[in-house]
Design a protein around this ligand. Structure first.
Ligand code: GUN
Ligand code: ZN
Length: 438
């Protein structure tokens, strides 16, 4: 059969390299206003100016002229069951977990809750322009199983795994080492590498796993090539002190994970606010990344992450909503919060650094830049189409911009999920607000 051919018209923006700190004019930015993006059988094959004839026959045209076309966003840390606790009042991390989060997660023991929750969550990600995510479901095997099934059905790149927690949590949210290992192995053998799914060994955080469970998790990472590892680290000062008490032999919070064999180039560590220079060197040496979660860090009062120091020490930084500690699934809200957190520390995050981190930068940190994160030929067509303005204030602001950087910066400052016109996964529309013209 001839390939399915899809041509998407709009203002194409992606990255071909890593933007420098502070550079508002960056050679890393590839800007192709009013172009066709060419997609064959779900893969990007090229791009060309809108006024040139399409090569050959049989193109299905989606004409989004006047709209912004970006690679789908990548959210490197988000909790599917926590849509139910988003915007919960008045607590820092440890109280927030006990008061709101653990009770909500315990409902996922029911298969019907897990199934409905997975469908709602994946739908919501796509409606916010996020086409790839690294996700915490709950401790229940069924929650990971049904989340993977839902992503698989949509052809989405999703990284997730059953949450490991065998202490310091309510009865109905604890596993044990033997059963947890059995569940992980079954899930890995069923899902890891199937379609676009990858399994992540998912240690909730050091306080909720015994040293025996951490060792089991480390052994899994060593046993199966290509597994991810996700956890939380150094988010909140009380939490850091607790970890010091629980693991007196460790040099630092991060060192708990290093000793357990959990630090590798596919490790995704949320927060990392209270890491020191030695910890950052460990990030560099292992290739692990910090999933910076600015909305959550502000909302839970956790602290200000030093992005630049982490990067200059050789650590990779990606961006994450951390819903429900974070208050929005929108990666535009996330990059804006990241900008504000850097501003509070006397740093300026350019629009380019921010958008890069949410696309190509995250793809590279996840070792997935051969598949996602840009419009390079050969990448899968996970693509989002955005309205430049969704209201009169934004329309006016867009009308008076003086440079491309100003345009993109003001765009994500004023935009949110209401700006999303369409989200494509492997070239298939999975969300559509307005039908394309033509
Ligand atoms: N640390 C351990 N669990 C969690 C969680 O669910 N959210 C956040 N933000 N931090 C955590
Ligand atoms: Zn989290």
């Amino acid at each position: 059969a001839p390939p399915h051919r899809l041509a998407l018209r709009g203002d194409l923006l992606d990255f071909t390299a890593t933007p420098e700190w502070g550079a508002v004019h960056s050679p890393a930015v590839r800007w192709r206003p009013d172009h066709w993006l060419l997609v064959e059988d779900g893969r990007i094959t090229g791009a060309q100016p809108a006024d040139a004839p399409l090569p050959g026959e049989g193109w299905e045209r989606h004409d989004h002229r006047g709209r912004l076309v970006l690679p789908g966003f990548i959210d490197t840390h988000v909790h599917s069951p926590q849509l139910d606790v988003i915007g919960s009042y008045g607590t820092e991390l440890l109280d927030w977990l006990n008061t709101y989060t653990f009770p909500a997660e315990s409902r996922y023991a029911q298969a019907a809750e897990s199934e409905a929750g997975a469908a709602r969550f994946v739908q919501a990600l796509l409606a916010h322009g996020t086409t790839t995510a690294v996700v915490f479901p709950t401790v229940h095997k069924i929650s990971a199983e049904l989340l993977m099934a839902e992503a698989h059905r949509r052809g989405m790149r999703l990284i997730t795994g059953k949450v490991l927690m065998d202490r310091n949590a309510p009865d109905n949210l604890r596993d044990d080492v033997v059963q947890a290992e059995r569940d992980c192995v079954e899930l890995i053998e069923r899902w890891h590498g199937r379609g676009r799914l990858a399994y992540a060994v998912t240690v909730r955080f050091a306080p909720t796993s015994t040293p025996e469970q951490l060792a089991m998790a480390g052994a899994l990472c060593a046993a199966y090539p290509g597994l991810y590892m996700q956890t939380h680290v150094a988010e909140n000062r009380e939490e850091v002190a607790w970890v010091q008490q629980l693991f007196p032999e460790a040099r630092s919070y991060l060192d708990v994970y290093l000793r357990a064999g959990l630090m590798n180039e596919r490790s995704v560590l949320a927060h990392g606010i209270w890491l020191d220079a030695e910890d950052r060197a460990v990030l560099r040496d292992t290739g692990a990344q910090v999933a910076h979660s600015p909305s959550s860090n502000l909302f839970l009062g956790s602290g200000l992450f030093d992005w630049r120091a982490t990067e200059e020490a050789g650590g990779q930084v990606s961006l994450a909503s951390d819903v429900g500690g974070g208050t929005s699934l929108s990666m535009m809200r996330t990059v804006l919060d990241a900008y504000k957190i850097q501003a509070l520390q006397g740093q300026r995050l350019t629009g380019w650094k921010a958008l890069h981190a949410a696309t190509l930068g995250a793809a590279q940190a996840l070792r997935l830049d051969h598949e996602i994160g840009s419009f390079e030929p050969g990448r899968l067509a996970d693509v989002c189409v955005w309205d430049w303005a969704a209201d009169p204030v934004a329309e006016r602001r867009m009308a008076v911009v003086q440079s491309l950087h100003e345009q993109l910066f003001a765009w994500f400052t004023l935009a949110d999920d209401r700006n999303l016109a369409a989200a494509y996964v492997q070239g298939v529309p999975q969300f559509s607000r307005t039908p394309p013209v033509g």
